[in-house]
Design a protein around this ligand. Structure first.
Ligand SMILES: Nc1ncnc2c1ncn2[C@@H]1O[C@H](COP(=O)(O)OP(=O)(O)OP(=O)(O)O)[C@@H](O)[C@H]1O
Ligand SMILES: [Mg+2]
Length: 302
């Protein structure tokens, strides 16, 4: 339990802190979807699942987990229980999709796990660190250095160009951006022609891609993406999903992505289904057809 309010400082993106040895790993085996955390043998093998394994190593280096995470908005008769004792593991070096109907608590879960919003009760661990035990300054630093977040509403700074928005996490951290990685991200996301534009001069899909580039630019250990393909055409959406997939396989990054799209969810290693603030199912090795079936079984829109 903590009294911390909503944390709304600048969007995260991590510095290269604590990621020594990464370069070697990137040129390594490359990892596979079914592997244990790709080239960076993080604590792979810990599957997404209900229950967590309190006290265990799940959600260790690079991953995250929650223990009976509860979030109630408001009080009295207007109170909304957005999350109801959610215990879930987002394993390090793996790609987890989060699905569920509108209002199920998906964004709330992402915000709480990323340390952007404080839970009403329960605990959140990122890389083995209990966020509730961190003083504000340390929490801010951890968010900045180790977490990347793509918001459902992109949260780009209107006065900055696309380039400066993308580079904002490095500017804030006072670190030098990796030019080669910047070029790779910008090229993959098709933003090369738009770097000098401000958000108001960009389409919704372009803004979404800038937000994604900003989350990836510092190669954070864990990336939270709230419907990152929601505004993209299918070709660009597939490229974005490919980039997320590669960041998991080649960089050992941990990705948690909210989506309503079975085809997008099928790029993940597992799918966690939320409904009414609770986890109702977890599926490993999803395919579009299986995800669609499960969505039907679970009674409706995801
Ligand atoms: N700041 C807030 N104050 C009050 N209620 C809130 C607040 N944020 C979210 N809620 C409520 O909490 C519940 C979960 O919201 P959340 O945004 O997590 O849903 P979601 O699964 O992300 O939905 P969507 O698919 O529409 O984005 C909803 O009933 C929502 O109305
Ligand atoms: Mg949402």
């Amino acid at each position: 339990m903590t009294n911390r309010g909503k944390h709304t400082d600048a969007p995260g993106g991590g510095a290269v802190t604590g990621r020594t040895g990464e370069e070697g790993a990137r040129t390594g085996a490359g990892g596979t979807r079914s592997g244990d955390g790709g080239a960076l043998s993080r604590e792979g093998g810990v599957r997404s699942g209900v229950g967590g394994a309190p006290g265990g190593v799940s959600g260790g280096d690079g991953g995250a987990r929650t223990e009976r995470l509860t979030k109630v908005y408001g009080t009295g008769s207007t109170a909304v229980r957005a999350l109801d004792e959610v215990s879930v593991t987002l394993p390090g070096g793996r790609f987890t999709a989060i699905m569920g109907p509108s209002g199920a608590g998906k964004s709330t879960l992402m915000h709480c796990v990323a340390g952007l919003d404080a839970p009403t009760s329960g605990r959140v661990f990122v890389g083995g660190v209990d966020l509730g035990a961190l003083p504000d300054a340390k929490l801010t630093r951890m968010r900045r250095e180790r977490v990347g977040f793509v918001f459902q509403a992109f949260n780009l700074l209107p006065t900055l160009t696309a380039r400066d928005n993308i580079l904002l996490p490095t500017t804030l951290a006072g670190t030098k951006p990796d030019g080669e990685w910047f070029d790779t991200v910008v090229r993959t996301l098709g933003l090369g022609e738009r770097l000098g534009h401000r958000p108001s001069q960009l389409s919704g899909g372009q803004q979404q891609r800038v937000a994604l580039a900003r989350a990836l630019i510092t190669r954070p250990e864990i990336v939270f993406a709230d419907e990152p393909t929601g505004n993209l055409d299918s070709r660009t959406g597939t490229e974005v999903l490919g980039l997320l997939r590669r960041s998991v396989d080649d960089l050992g990054q941990t990705v948690a992505m909210v989506t309503h799209d079975p085809a997008a969810a099928a790029h993940a290693d597992s799918v966690v289904y939320l409904a009414d603030g609770r986890i109702v199912d977890v599926m490993d090795a999803p395919t579009p057809a299986r995800v669609l079936d499960r969505m039907r079984d679970l009674g409706g829109a995801a």
